[in-house]
Design a protein around this ligand. Structure first.
Ligand code: ADP
Ligand code: ZN
Ligand code: ZN
Length: 750
């Protein structure tokens, strides 16, 4: 539609200008300016031009004042269309974020730059600040250090950007990058360039195996819905190796034959070259891959192939749900229970929900696949909202490992203070003798090596954040994992002068040392954040391990998924309790999933595997059910617990996180917010709700700022969403020195 006026959103993150401004379209641009156009406009009192995005084109304007002209186009082509704009509007409504940050989710990466990076290792940067603080810093930097501001903005929009891309795109020098690193606004990271099978011709095409009856039934059911353009959601449940991937590959094939397209989301960590090869071998050049280990230029190229319709199946991690693909027939979410599908920074969308909206917009079906579906998803299947498709047998006859639970309290009673119990030790010895490999897993979530005094109980804590400092033995330092505050490890207790101030807890380093004492001569590869930093990369360590010359792979979360080594016959979970102890209603679910995944690592080959789970609470029911790999019993237990305590899926949980430097002011304001919310909800909504707090957050202080939380249990619908949106607007207008972030159903509750 052609019109004379354009509604423009300014490309600035300042909250007070996060609205649509009307501009006049000059005659020379009347044929080119459309929804999605990237334009320069005069803004503010000066003559300065700022870029923005056109959200609407109209014949008239309601604005009474002087309507200025759009100055020029900032990009030759429109960057999004009406459909993608509707998606952004949905994100804005459901994530309680600014309009501009919602728009940014649908923009092409790097907006049209072409630069290839062929180095195997990419040195780059990542944001090192909470999102809201990054905004504040951004506005401060704009006048003082505009180049640094540009870099910061780039990193707010993109998880990880190669330094070469940063300098190329912003025209800034490495000095500017370094300045931001020195301020700890951003941090350096070296990642390995993913060897994408860009040379499609080298991958031999494959065909689907003959499907078994259950698989065929699943494919037929889904295909019928695709054909009928029903927006059904299917929950595809089956243990690892039961052939779920084959099912959705076949559904995609059928969708393509119906001239439709597909989006496949996989967890970032599972997006391996093997996985991509499997897709390319089936769909060839129709595949586009979106991965954060691609350079921005490569990502932008993939976007173009999608837009032009050359690529018809998009495979990618979370943000691939925003791929500008048309005529979608099926959206697949593999490992749908993975928490990485929820964005941690604003907009804090969940890919599963965005997929629902997109599926409805384009008349597509959704397939959610998992061996351990999210409790929320399985509940929907039992309620008939999702259609359950179950696969009961393993496609390839491999067997589940034998599970052994090892009671660590017994060990202590027998004087074994090592973190390796006798059961695990014996099994490891067997593996050593037979030349088979072992993976040891250390769950480090909410768990770190801290230093305390054995005489008086003093614990070394961060002066900014009030959480215990982590001991780094090789540097002899204590560091705060939230704000980076670092001190030398004290020789004597600062409280009582006792020399018995020592580390507690178990880190991978400590386990490695114990292994060396217990098994002299055994070879160990340790894989955690420290070792996968700059020196050796993830992939290098893994290929060293897979050459079968190393006895043990020891690591954190990274070793729990997606690895497939035929000679690994033993998996040890060093401390299963660590994820059970967390103060979070999802603790059981996390533990069950974790053990399922870890144990899936043992015995992928011909030989039957064993898994040893070490715990201080062997009678814990979640561990028992994880041991027998009984998802349904676990689900039944968990769902009745959730019901009795009124947790999701029986309600939604909305978190309001308020942060500020002045504790008194923060307390008063949080109380005010909580009270007025209560008033509005009592008046406006008929359904049940509950407001908890305000109370100091689990981490009450980070980087000099106090943190208070209000939890609201309610049913999220248009009405309640509107209440939170109004609350957010009220807060922005109040112009307090306090920051407030509203998030629906957060995973991070610290
Ligand atoms: P899942 O996604 O449930 O883990 P996959 O689809 O990856 O399972 O299947 C596991 C293995 O079994 C793969 O190597 C796959 O090629 C093979 N497979 C799946 N279905 C069949 C089948 N019907 N006949 C033979 N092999 C199959
Ligand atoms: Zn002391
Ligand atoms: Zn700190």
């Amino acid at each position: 539609m052609k019109g004379n006026f354009a509604g423009v959103i300014i490309n600035r993150l300042a909250l007070n200008i996060d609205k649509i401004f009307d501009y006049h379209i000059p005659d020379d641009l009347i044929d080119t300016v459309t929804v999605g156009s990237h334009v320069f406009v005069p803004f503010g009192r000066g003559k300065k031009l700022i870029d923005g995005y056109v959200l609407s084109v109209n014949d008239e304007t309601d604005f009474d004042g002087e309507v200025k002209d759009i100055a020029s186009l900032a990009s030759p082509e429109p960057l999004f269309d009406e459909e993608m704009l509707r998606l952004a509007a949905h994100i804005k409504e459901t994530c309680f974020c600014s309009y501009i940050s919602a728009i940014k989710t649908i923009l092409p990466p790097g907006s049209g730059n072409k630069r290839k990076i062929n180095d195997k290792l990419i040195r780059g940067s990542r944001l090192n600040l909470p999102y809201d603080e990054a905004f504040e810093m951004l506005e401060l930097l704009r006048t003082k250090a505009p180049k640094q501001a540009q870099i910061l903005e780039l990193l707010i929009q993109n998880d990880f950007v190669a330094d070469a891309d940063i300098t190329f795109l912003t025209g800034a020098s490495y000095t500017a990058i370094k300045a931001l690193k020195d301020k700890e606004f951003i941090k350096e990271e070296v990642i390995e360039a993913l060897r994408m099978p860009l040379n499609y011709d080298e991958i031999a095409p494959t065909k689907s195996p003959q499907l078994n009856q259950e698989q065929q039934l699943a494919v037929n059911t889904v295909t019928a819905s695709i054909k009928a353009q029903k927006t059904d959601t299917f929950l595809l449940h089956g243990i690892t190796g039961s052939g779920k991937t084959e099912v959705f590959l076949n559904c995609i094939e059928n969708a393509l034959q119906l001239n439709k397209t597909a989006i496949v989301l996989v967890p970032e960590i599972a997006l391996t070259p093997q996985m991509v090869t499997r897709f390319v071998s089936r769909f060839g050049k129709k595949i586009a891959v979106l991965h954060s280990a691609l350079s921005l230029g490569e990502r932008a190229d993939e976007y173009k192939r999608i837009k032009r319709g050359e690529a018809r199946v998009v495979v990618g991690a979370r943000s691939a749900i925003f791929a500008p693909i048309k005529n979608i027939g099926v959206i697949v979410i593999d490992e749908e229970h993975e928490t990485s599908y929820k964005a941690e920074n604003a907009p804090t969308y969940h890919a599963r929900e965005v997929a629902e909206f997109r599926a409805k917009m384009s008349g597509a079906v959704r397939i959610l696949a998992s061996a351990t579906p999210a409790i929320e998803s399985y509940y929907k299947a039992t309620q008939g909202e999702y259609k359950l498709l179950s696969l009961h047998s393993r496609a390839t006859g491999a067997t589940l490992p034998e599970m052994l639970i090892s009671d660590m309290r017994e060990e202590l009673r027998h004087g074994n203070r090592s973190c390796i119990g006798s059961t695990l030790m014996n099994e490891m010895q067997k593996n050593l003798n037979r030349g088979e490999q072992t993976i040891l897993f250390l769950n480090r979530r909410g768990f770190s090596t801290f230093v305390s005094c054995r005489s008086c109980g003093y614990v070394a804590k961060c002066k900014n954040c009030d959480i215990s400092l982590t001991y780094h033995k090789h540097r002899g330092t204590l560091t705060c994992h939230y704000c980076g505050y670092t001190i030398k490890k004290p020789e004597k207790c600062p409280e009582c002068d006792s020399p018995y101030i020592k580390e507690f807890g178990t880190g991978t380093q400590k386990v490695e040392e114990e292994l060396k004492t217990l098994f002299p001569g055994m070879s160990v590869i340790r894989m955690d954040m420290d070792t996968t930093g700059a020196k050796a990369s993830h992939q290098t360590l893994l290929s060293r391990f897979s050459e079968e010359k190393t006895d043990v792979l020891l690591g954190t979360q990274m070793v729990s998924k997606g690895l497939d080594f035929p000679n690994v016959t033993l998996v040890g979970v060093i401390a299963a309790d660590q994820s059970l102890g967390i103060d979070d209603f999802r603790a059981n679910e996390r533990t069950f999933n974790l053990i399922t995944q870890v144990c899936g690592r043992a015995g992928r080959g011909e030989k039957r595997g064993r898994a040893v789970i070490q715990t201080y609470m062997p009678e814990n029911q979640t561990l028992e059910l994880a041991k027998s790999q009984d998802y349904l019993s676990f689900y039944n237990e968990e769902i009745s617990l959730r019901k009795s305590l009124n947790f999701p899926p029986f309600c939604d949980i909305v978190s309001l996180l308020l942060t500020g430097e002045n504790e008194q002011e923060l307390c008063a304001y949080s109380a005010e917010i909580s009270a007025s919310l209560n008033k509005v909800m009592a008046h406006d909504i008929k359904t049940q709700y509950e407001i908890l707090g305000p109370a100091p957050a689990s981490i009450p202080k980070i980087g000099g700022k106090f943190r208070h939380r209000i939890w609201v249990k309610c049913k999220l619908d248009e009405k309640t969403q509107d209440i939170f949106t109004r609350l957010r607007n009220y807060h922005i207008k109040s112009d307090k020195n306090i920051n407030m972030v509203i998030e629906a159903n957060p995973y991070n509750t610290l």
